[in-house]
Design a binder for this molecule. Structure first.
Ligand code: KIV
Length: 273
């Protein structure tokens, strides 16, 4: 099968994502939290890089995304932006930085944009945070919404199971998606919801809908990079396709290194001064 990889080296913008949806070109998105990985996946041609607050789990080993701070997300955002030429870089606003009122939300969003030089921010939630989103967009900052399973609300749900299977929650999600579009969000992430519901949302809104565990009838897909590269083997939800087994490769490489050091094989004469 011939695959369309990005020969187009122009910077990805929110407007270009909108055009991709209009012409039916799927949007590819992955997470990154550091310069080296961001540079690799940007060079490979990814459209959007998300500096996700999943950094809390993947980089810091926390059980949830809640503990990561604004300053820690700024550190990750800055590191990623330095490694990227083409992809649109979106940074997650962490838990507690936008739920306490519009003024605090816009101040934190401005701080994030000024220091990281990211292209856009992502916030979890619908109508409950619509005033904060409006205020941030009015300040000139593009916002990606996030509905369905919102990991910052995990303590409210008590489970990471599929969201919006019941009609009431599904209807609310549809209303939230329309509200996010109307307030001016440039895209929406839908996490872990039934594929038919995600398809309906993607058809009803004009802005791109990026899914994770939301089926194939949306406008693009996002995965956590460490998961799709097989670095986090304990985590195996149905929606996750692994494209490499880096944990095996890394373990083998480290074992070979240990063996070479212990056996006096490394360094050899050509590997010294
Ligand atoms: O933080 C994150 O990695 C995310 C993705 C799962 C969409 O929000």
């Amino acid at each position: 099968m011939s695959v369309h990889l990005n020969e187009d080296t122009r910077k990805v913008t929110t407007h270009r994502l909108f055009e991709m949806k209009q012409r039916g070109e799927k949007i590819s998105m992955l997470t990154a939290y550091d310069y080296t990985m961001a540079n690799l996946i940007d060079t490979a041609g990814i459209d959007v890089i998300l500096v996700g607050d999943s950094a809390s789990n993947v980089m810091a080993g926390n059980v949830t995304t809640l503990p990561i701070t604004l300053d820690q997300m700024i550190y990750h955002g800055k590191s990623v932006v330095r490694g990227v030429k083409r992809a649109l870089v979106v940074v997650d606003m962490p838990f507690g930085t936008y739920q306490t009122g519009e003024i605090e939300a816009v101040q934190n969003a401005i701080k994030m944009m000024k220091i990281t030089h990211a292209d856009a921010l992502k916030l979890e939630g619908g109508v409950e945070i619509i005033d904060a989103i409006k205020r941030i967009i009015d300040a000139g900052i593009p916002i990606m919404g996030h509905l369905g399973l919102m990991p910052q609300s995990i303590n409210k749900y008590g489970t990471y199971t599929v969201r919006a299977k019941e009609e009431t929650e599904a209807e609310k999600l549809i209303k939230d998606a329309h509200a996010l579009e109307e307030v001016g969000c440039f895209a929406i992430v839908l996490e872990k919801i039934p594929a038919a519901l995600a398809e309906r949302v993607a058809k009803e809104v004009k802005i791109p809908v990026i899914g994770i565990g939301a089926g194939g009838a949306v406008d693009g897909q996002v995965l956590v990079c460490a998961d799709m590269l097989g670095m986090t083997n304990g985590f195996s939800p149905r929606f996750l396709r692994r494209y490499a087994n880096l944990s095996e490769i890394v373990t083998k490489a480290v074992q070979n290194y240990i063996e070479d050091v212990k056996s006096h094989d490394f360094p050899n004469k050509d590997e010294q001064y």
